[in-house]
Design a protein around this ligand. Structure first.
Ligand SMILES: [Zn+2]
Length: 290
């Protein structure tokens, strides 16, 4: 799907096989920027290179023209096909320094952050040739560039990318999606990131990994919706803790899900970790103020 003159969005469906035998149907978006040089934002899960390369061929371009792969962070659905793409195109891989360790050693990541189906979602480790930091400019050729925004919260080294010339913001997993249970490491950082994204001027296209592309007024509505989701979770979790809820993280997670009207059976350690980050907030009174 073409979004702007140079940006194309690819929706990549995939399955996650849970240990319980249940199969989850999921999808993730990756983005191609087709300029004089070709930049890919995130790689999708393992084997996504097939659909990415097909999209390029249909647009009259060649896979080997990809010269940069920017990974917004190290999670499996973003880095899964990175190794195959680098091997087949020779592209440079760029990511924030804080994500480098888990991208360059996926075995380490699967030990430290085990997620169901990790081995089928990730094709292998890949070297990060360029470490990105907040404020960096990524040259796309012909006077086009991406601005790197460090966007911690979902993960320590998550980044968003601002493509000012085409008024597009690649937000990766920074904005919680309405109706989904958000995953984040640090609610304070997540809220700060959302405030920063919401204040950016001139964004007409919000391009997230887990949501369809949003345009115009929908951009602010989507980010505001993400803020409301975090506020609701924070108030439920701190409320439960105030009532002397169980110290067991999974139990607290199940209770919080139930209070949100969601099945407690959805609880898992990643969600528990997200919710628990609310209990580390020393003074949350100003957290959600504009
Ligand atoms: Zn993620």
């Amino acid at each position: 799907m073409q979004i702007t003159e140079h940006v194309h969005a690819l929706r990549i469906p995939f399955q996650v096989h849970l240990p319980s035998g249940v199969t989850l149907e999921r999808f993730v978006y990756t983005f191609l920027i087709l300029g004089t040089r070709i930049c890919l934002v995130d790689s999708g899960v393992a084997t996504s290179e097939t659909v990415i390369f097909e999209t390029l061929e249909k647009a009259g371009r060649k896979p080997r023209e990809i010269d940069l792969l920017v990974l917004t962070h190290s999670h499996p659905d973003h880095i899964g096909a990175a190794r195959a793409i680098r091997e087949q195109t020779g592209c440079l891989v760029a990511a924030h320094g804080a994500e480098k360790g888990w991208i360059e050693d996926v075995d380490l990541q699967s030990r430290e952050r085990p997620v169901p189906g990790f081995r089928t979602l990730v094709g292998g480790s890949v070297p990060v040739g360029r470490s990105l930091a907040d404020g960096d400019e990524i040259d796309l050729g012909d006077g086009h560039s991406l601005k790197v925004l460090h966007a911690p919260g979902h993960s320590a080294g998550s980044i968003c990318l601002l493509y000012e010339k085409e008024r597009a913001l690649f937000s990766a997993d920074a904005v919680p999606v309405a109706g989904e249970i958000p995953i984040y490491e640090d609610i304070v950082e997540s809220v700060r990131t959302l405030k920063r994204l919401r204040a950016l001027p001139g964004v007409d296209h919000l391009l997230a990994a887990w949501d369809r592309p949003r345009q115009g007024r929908e951009v602010d509505e989507a980010i505001a919706g993400g803020q409301q989701t975090l506020q609701r979770i924070h108030s439920i979790v701190t409320g439960l803790a105030g009532k002397g809820a169980p110290g067991n993280p999974m139990e607290l997670c199940r209770k919080a899900l139930a209070a949100m009207g969601l099945p407690p059976a959805l609880a898992n350690p990643l969600i528990a970790r997200s919710f628990l980050s609310s209990l580390k907030v020393k003074d949350g009174r100003n957290l959600f103020k504009a």
